[in-house]
Design a binder for this molecule. Structure first.
Ligand SMILES: C[S@@+](CC[C@H](N)C(=O)[O-])C[C@H]1O[C@@H](n2cnc3c(N)ncnc32)[C@H](O)[C@@H]1O
Length: 231
C-alpha cells in the first residue's frame, strides 16, 4: 500500500470516530437504509451482469456492506460472496450488519481487510467483481493496479463493474463536488468515462464499456459506470 492509501485509512478512521452531524450523515449514507437513494437500481444491474447461483462474487471497497446486504436478500447465490475493504472501522460496521443472520440465502458474506491493489486471492476464482464509490480514492497508478488485480482474480468471461461519482460538465460544479468529498478524506479523483475506462483497460481488460447505471436519487451528482469483461 502506498502512503496515499495509508492516509485514506487514517482519515476514514478519524472521521468515523467523530460524532458530528456530517459523520452521522455519512454513516447513514453507507448503510443499507440509504441504498435506494445512493445506488443505481441494483436489481437491474444484477440482471444485466447475469449473476447466476453458481457465481462467486467479490465486492472491493465494500464499506459497511450495503451492496452485499442487497445481494444477500435478493440474488440467489450458492456461495457466500466476499467483501474486502481497507478501513477496519467500516469492516466492523459491516460485520455488525451481518451479525446473527444468514439471510434468506443461508450465508453471510466473508469479510476481510485488504487493499484493492493487492487482493489476497489466487487467480481466476471470481465470476463477478463489484466496486461502488471506491475508485475515487485511487490515483491513476493505483486504479490501473486494482484493475490488474481484479483481472487476475476473475475467471475468463468474468465481469467487473465499477460505479462512482463523476465530474460535471461545468468546472465550477466539479470543483464544488471535489471540495465536498475531500472535507475528511483527501484523496478524491473524479473521472469521466473516457478517463476511467482506459485505466481499467490498462489493467489487462480488452472489453471495457460504458455501463448505463439508470437513475440515482441522492446526492444530485453525476455517476459513471464502467463494465469490463475478461476475455
Ligand atoms: C464511499 S465508501 C463506499 C463503500 C461501499 N462500496 C458502498 O458503496 O457503500 C469508500 C470505501 O472504499 C474503501 N477504500 C478506500 N481505498 C481503498 C482501497 N485501496 N482498497 C479497498 N478499499 C478501499 C474505504 O475504506 C470505504 O469503505
Amino acid at each position: 500500500m502506498d502512503d496515499e492509501q495509508h492516509q485514506t485509512i487514517k482519515q476514514y478512521t478519524t472521521w468515523l470516530d467523530k460524532g458530528d452531524i456530517y459523520t452521522q450523515h455519512f454513516r447513514f449514507v453507507l448503510s443499507p437504509l440509504a441504498r435506494p437513494l445512493l445506488h443505481p437500481p441494483l436489481a437491474r444491474m444484477a440482471r444485466r451482469l447475469d449473476i447466476g447461483p453458481g457465481d462467486r462474487v467479490l465486492d472491493v471497497g465494500c464499506g459497511r456492506g450495503s451492496v452485499l446486504e442487497y445481494i444477500r436478500h435478493t440474488v440467489p447465490l450458492d456461495l457466500a460472496p466476499v467483501g474486502v475493504d481497507v478501513t477496519h472501522a467500516l469492516l466492523g460496521m459491516a460485520r455488525r450488519t451481518f451479525l446473527g443472520s444468514d439471510g434468506k440465502n443461508g450465508w453471510a458474506p466473508h469479510l476481510s481487510r485488504a487493499s484493492s491493489t493487492y487482493l489476497p486471492f489466487p487467480g481466476e476464482v471470481f465470476d463477478v467483481v463489484l466496486c461502488s464509490y471506491m475508485v475515487k480514492h485511487l490515483n491513476d497508478d493505483d486504479t490501473r493496479r486494482m484493475a490488474a488485480e481484479v483481472c487476475r482474480v476473475l475467471r475468463p468471461g468474468g465481469r467487473f463493474l465499477i460505479w462512482e461519482f463523476a465530474p460535471s460538465r461545468l468546472d465550477l460544479l466539479t470543483r464544488l463536488y471535489r471540495r465536498v468529498f475531500s472535507v475528511e478524506v483527501k484523496a478524491v479523483y473524479l473521472r469521466h468515462h473516457q478517463e476511467l475506462a482506459p485505466l481499467v483497460a490498462r489493467g489487462g481488460f480488452r472489453d471495457v464499456r460504458r455501463f448505463p447505471l439508470g437513475p440515482t436519487l441522492y446526492p444530485p451528482i453525476p455517476r459513471v459506470g464502467v463494465l469490463a469483461v475478461k476475455g
